[in-house]
Design a protein around this ligand. Structure first.
Ligand code: HDD
Length: 729
């Protein structure tokens, strides 16, 4: 009996960007080796020498060229977001948004706009682990018919600071400490918390960072946010404020912190591998693009300032309208050429999309080009294949390092008569970009608006919106991070900040740190209306201007209706019940899950009906943390061996500890009896209304077992097990 393969990769249609990239691709299949000058190489094994045992000769241009190129292979890594993974895809609009914007990719439903998307962590260097507790970057380059639009966002909707001038301080604080370059890819150290405890404006973001959002199960299961309020501008020149959201169709899911640390050791490329494998298998990751729209007249009607990047607009106040879908369907051909050299810039906008005066956004407008100049080595990085738009470029910019374009003609200035005035400026009807004519009447000041003063209301909102297990995880995360801080005063100062969010939270963390919560030094600043004038403040009349709880902020309320792409381990040994293996595998593959058989060694095993079954991984290389759920099929010999195998029992203990679904044939319950959770293992076939533990399932009927298993895996995790989770595993 052949064991079924997982689903084959689906064909993907070529986008305009694919067609643009193709001529630059090099394939060596059946080709002869050459130098960079195209001279064929006869011997790539030996350098040219003065005699067989003599010194290498200077004239060896083949050696010199190869070595020189190698010596120059590295470029500086990104100052932040150095560790990343990317993929190609396309964006398709559901319905024209012409009322809001003239951007053609948001008005023409017939166009599939090519995209390149890069996900990243922030603090770690290029080779650091994917599973660090960190914000994740979610940067999308849309290659539109009107030029490139980059939506350079994160998986959290707010940011640490309100003004870009503090960005170098924030990053210096979070990066490894300068004297000994430790710790790598971690915020759990003195300098980070020293800075944060002195920056109350970070409080809301810190709540997100200490939540499970900071340890995603997969890039494919994260939300994305443009963070700032942007503007959409329609053909009539009418502007609306907008917040951009990416909503993953697979829901928002995370791993447990203990699991994240474990994965970091066992597979630091976990997210990179997950993204790559999903796309290779044809399980294309998908997100819907959502927008929250606020008419300009309502700018000052909220209890927070739309220009403050430490604030969200709760979805209860302004719903997220889903307007299109992003699909990632092709892995890059070359990591360096594409993922490393891609250069995003928040300033890359197209007509119909414009900026606001958010001071963080304004500062970013400077930083992105500046950083590419040092990282990519000069002003022509827009010509690198992954960065160039799918529309032609014509202007009077010339020369510079590594110029590719050969500009023909005598003129490189405007106006000119010698070149017949070309290239012409584009009029409004020809799609020329015109900045939104926002009226500004102000004094030049180095100051911050009063409307940015409230740093705690939304931190409270976030905390209050979490489910109990999510709150517990936050307590653990704060306790872990602050527990690594060596300076007591910093820990105490941070407890003071937490006490302004929630006294229960502060007390629980204080207890774990062996400290007391200090008395607040000063009263909390109340929110001040966005126009800075409380007398004129008119709260929204049609909707409330603030909320106490928001369901959208808790991952407990995310989509939990599918097991698509979930990885499921089968623990098997010689004499396994082959009918169980095949039936369960078929059921799971049908639902889009990925199945791997884990045996005592690689190769094959023989089932109880003499079926030869290939084993995908051995207990030596596999670990429970790579899987979402475990199934133990029956078969006397197999379960006899597994019950005696400490690695198999460890696998199950760990899966239980991380609150994953575990299913077994009724006879295989004897294996589960060897675990530390033996007393929770059902003694009779489970039913749809399980009492003890919904994620622990045994049955002797495959139809019932697979139905319950699929329903349980789709729920992701059973966090109510947590009080028993803290066990040795
Ligand atoms: Fe940034 C990279 C997202 C604030 C300066 N940023 C970078 C990337 C993402 C973000 C996703 C990686 C892009 C890629 O994959 O190549 N950054 C954000 C978000 C912010 C934010 C969502 C707040 C809302 N960033 C921010 C500020 C500054 C920068 C305030 C400086 C004033 N960011 C940079 C940078 C980077 C960068 C130094 C490093 C590499 C790069 O730009 O291309 O310019």
């Amino acid at each position: 009996m052949p064991v079924k393969k997982n689903k084959p990769a689906a064909e993907s249609a070529e986008t305009k960007k694919d067609a643009d990239l193709n001529p630059d691709k090099e394939r060596s299949d059946a080709q002869l080796m050459t130098t960079n000058q195209g001279v064929k190489i006869n011997d790539d094994q030996n350098s040219l020498k003065a005699g067989e045992r003599g010194s290498t000769l200077m004239e060896d241009f083949i050696f010199r060229e190869k070595m020189t190129h190698f010596d120059h292979e590295r470029i500086p890594e990104r100052i932040v977001h150095a560790r990343g993974s990317a993929a190609h895809g396309f964006f398709k609009l559901y319905e024209s948004q012409a009322g809001l914007t003239k951007a053609r990719f948001l008005t023409d439903t017939s166009v599939a706009t090519p995209v390149f998307v890069r996900f990243s962590t922030v603090a770690g260097s290029r080779g650091s682990t994917d599973l660090a507790r960190d914000v994740r970057g979610f940067a999308v380059k849309f290659y539109t018919e009107e030029g490139n639009f980059d939506l350079v966002g994160n998986n959290m909707p707010v940011f640490f600071i309100q003004d870009a001038i503090k960005f170098p301080d924030l990053i210096h604080a979070v990066k490894p400490e300068p004297h000994h370059e430790m710790p790598q890819a971690a915020s759990a150290h003195d300098t980070f918390w020293d800075f944060i405890s002195l920056m109350p404006e970070s409080t809301h973001m810190i709540m997100w960072l200490m939540s499970d959002r900071a340890i995603p199960r997969s890039y494919r299961m994260m939300e994305g946010f443009g963070v700032h309020t942007f503007r959409l501008v329609n053909d009539a020149g009418i502007a609306h404020f907008v917040k951009f959201h990416w909503k993953p169709l697979l829901g928002v899911h995370s791993v447990a912190w203990d699991e994240a640390q474990n994965i970091s050791g066992k597979d630091p490329d976990f997210h990179r591998r997950d993204l790559w494998e999903a796309i290779e298998s044809g399980a294309y990751p998908e997100w819907e693009l959502g927008i929250q729209v606020v008419p300009e007249k309502d700018e000052h009607k909220f209890e927070f300032d739309l220009l403050d990047p430490t604030k969200i607009i709760p979805e209860e106040l302004v719903p997220v309208k889903r307007i299109g879908k992003l699909t990632l369907n092709r892995n890059p051909d070359n990591f360096f050429a594409e993922t490393e050299q891609v250069a995003f810039h928040i300033g890359n906008v197209v007509p119909g999309i414009d900026f606001t005066n958010d001071p963080l956004l304004q500062g970013r407008l400077f930083s992105y080009t500046d950083t590419q100049l040092i990282r990519l080595g000069g002003p022509n990085f827009h010509e690198i294949p992954i960065n160039r738009p799918i529309v032609p470029i014509h202007n009077n910019q010339r020369d510079g390092y590594m110029r590719q374009q050969i500009n023909v003609g005598k003129t490189s200035y405007h106006p000119n008569s010698i070149g017949s005035g070309c290239p012409f400026q584009a009029g409004k009807l020809q799609g020329g970009f015109t900045a939104y004519a926002e009226r500004i009447d102000a004094s030049k000041v180095r100051a911050r608006s009063k409307s940015f003063r409230d740093h705690f209301s939304q931190a409270k909102l976030f905390y209050n919106s979490q489910s109990d297990p999510e709150k517990d995880h936050m307590v653990d995360a704060f306790s872990f991070e602050l527990g690594k801080v060596e300076i007591k005063e910093v820990r105490e100062r941070m407890l003071g900040i937490l006490s302004l969010v929630d006294m229960g939270l502060a007390n629980r963390v204080a207890r774990n740190l062996g400290l007391n919560v200090p008395e607040p030094e000063r009263p909390i600043n109340k929110s001040v209306p966005a126009d800075g004038n409380s007398e004129d403040f008119e709260p929204l009349t049609d909707v409330k201007s603030s909320v106490d709880k928001s369901a959208a902020l808790s991952m407990a309320n995310t989509v939990k209706d599918s097991i698509k792409t979930r990885k499921i381990a089968f623990l098997v040994d010689e004499g396994v019940n082959d009918d169980s293996v095949v039936t369960m595998q078929d059921m799971l593959l049908d639902q889009g899950a990925v199945v791997e058989l884990i045996g005592p060694r690689l190769g094959t095993i023989t089932g109880q009906n003499n079926t030869i079954i290939p084993v995908n991984k051995s207990l030596l290389t596999a670990a429970s943390v790579f899987y979402d759920a475990v199934y133990v099929p029956g078969g006397a010999n197999s379960i006899g061996s597994l019950a005696k195998d400490p690695q198999a029992i460890h696998f199950l203990n760990e899966a239980f500890k991380h609150c994953k679904t575990i299913a077994a044939d009724s006879d295989a319950a004897t294996v589960l009896q060897q675990t530390y959770f033996a007393r929770r293992v059902p003694t009779e076939p489970t039913t749809d209304n399980k009492a003890v533990d919904e994620g622990l399932i045994i049955h002797n009927d495959m139809a019932a077992l697979s139905k319950q298993f699929i329903a349980a895996v789709s729920k992701h995790r059973f966090w109510d097990r947590e009080p028993e989770r803290k066990v040795p595993a």
